[in-house]
Design a protein around this ligand. Sequence first.
Ligand code: NAD
Ligand code: UGA
Length: 377
Amino acid sequence: MKVLVTGCAGFIGSHVAARLIKEGHEVMGVDDFDVYYSRSQKEKNLLPILLSPQFKLVEDNLSTMALIKVLKGMEAVVHLAAQPGVRGSWGASFHRYVTNNLQVTQKLLEESKGNKLKRFVYASSSSVYGDVGEVLNEEMMCRPRSPYGVTKLAAENLCQLYHQEYRMPTVSLRFFSVYGPGQRPDMAFNRFCHSILHDAAISIYGDGQQVRDFTYVDDVVETIAAALTVEEAVGQVVNVGGGSPTTLLEALALLEEISGKSCPKTFLERQKGDVMSTRADRTKLEGIFGTKPKTPLREGLARQWEWMQKFVQSEDEEQAIRAQAQPITGVDTEALAQAKADEKAGKKAARKAKAGKAGKETAAPAPEEAPKETPEA
Ligand code: NAD
Ligand code: UGA
C-alpha cells in the first residue's frame, strides 16, 4: 500500500513509518520538523529508514503546503502530525494547537475526500475524555480538561463528519500516554530518565497519585497497522490503552529500580489541564482488532531507559563538541567568490553548448569522452 504518514519524524510517526516499511508498504512521510522540540531528536528518529527506497521524506508544513504534492497516488493516510502537549496548551500557544491539530486535519480531510482512500487513520487522544469516569469507554460524553484535548476532540469529530457525509474510511484511535524509545522530551518518563542520568531532582506535578494507562509505542503501532486493513474499524473511534493503569509514583519507582538509581523528588503544583486518571476500556479494541497490548510497563520502561542512556550520551557529546569547536578562520573569501563566479560561467557555457546541439538528439558524452580538466598549478 502507498501510505502517507504525517508527522513522520515525531515520536510515534517515526515508529509507524519504520513498521510500515518493514511490512513492505511504500511510505510518503511529511514533517516540518516543528520547533516544539529539537530537530536533532527527530533526525535521529528517522535514521533507520532514511535510506530505504520505500521511504520518501517531504519536509514541509501541512498548514501552508499544497497537499496534492503528498496526497497524489496515496491509498491510505496515517495522520499523526499535531501540536502535542497537554499542559502547554493554555494562553498564547493555543493558536498553534488550532492550526496544527484542527485546521490541518480539516485541510487533509477536505483535500483527500475525493481520492478514494482505503483508510484515513487519525491519532486521537485519551485527553478528549477529561475526568468523566473511572473507566473510559468510547460511548461516554467527552469533556476535555485542556485546550489541547479540545482541539483533538474537535478534529476527531471532523473525521466522523467526513465519514458520515463523504463515506471517508476514517478510523480514530484514542492513544493513552504513549511511551518507549523516542518519546517526546516534554513527557514524564523522558524527563524522569533525563533527571536520573544527570543526577538532578525529579519534578512531580501534584502528589504523584495521578493514574495513567501508559501504552508502549509498539502496541500503538500494531493497532495503527491493523487499522489500515481491518474492515470493522472503518467509521469507528477506538481506545488504545496499554492495559496497565499505574500511578505516576509507582511508575517512577519501577524506573528507579530499572536504572538502579534514586533521585530526590520535588513536588510541584498540579498543572492545569492534567486529569486525575485515565483507564481505557479495551472491549472495543479487542473486539475489532482481536489484539491485546503485549508490553508490560516494566519491559517497556526498561527499553525506554536503554534508549535514553544512548540518546542522552550522544546529545551530551554533540553539545561538548559544539562548545569546543573553533570558529573556522583563514577562508580566502575573494578566492571563494572567484571560484563561484567561474563555476557559474562554466555552467552557462555548458547550457549554451547544449542548446546549440538541441534538435540533433545526440546523446550526452560518456564521462570518458568529457574533456579532462587540467589542474591548475
Ligand atoms: P511528536 O511531536 O513527536 O510528533 C508530531 C510530529 O508532527 C512532529 O515531528 C512535528 O514536527 C510534526 N508536525 C506538527 N505540525 C506539523 C505541520 N503543520 N506540518 C508538518 N508536520 C507537523 O508527537 P507524538 O507524541 O509522536 O504524537 C503523535 C500524534 O499522536 C499526535 O497527533 C498526538 O496528538 C497524538 N497522541 C500522542 C500521545 C502520546 O502519548 N505521545 C497520546 C495521544 C495522542
Ligand atoms: C500524554 C501526551 O503528552 C499527550 O500528547 C497525549 O495526548 C496524552 O498523553 C494522552 O494520553 O492523551 P500525559 O498523560 O500528560 O499526556 O503524559 P505525560 O506528559 O507523560 O505526563 C504524565 C503525568 O506525569 C502527568 O500527570 C504529568 O503532569 C506528570 N508529569 C509530567 C510530572 O509529574 N512531571 C514531569 O516532569 C512531567
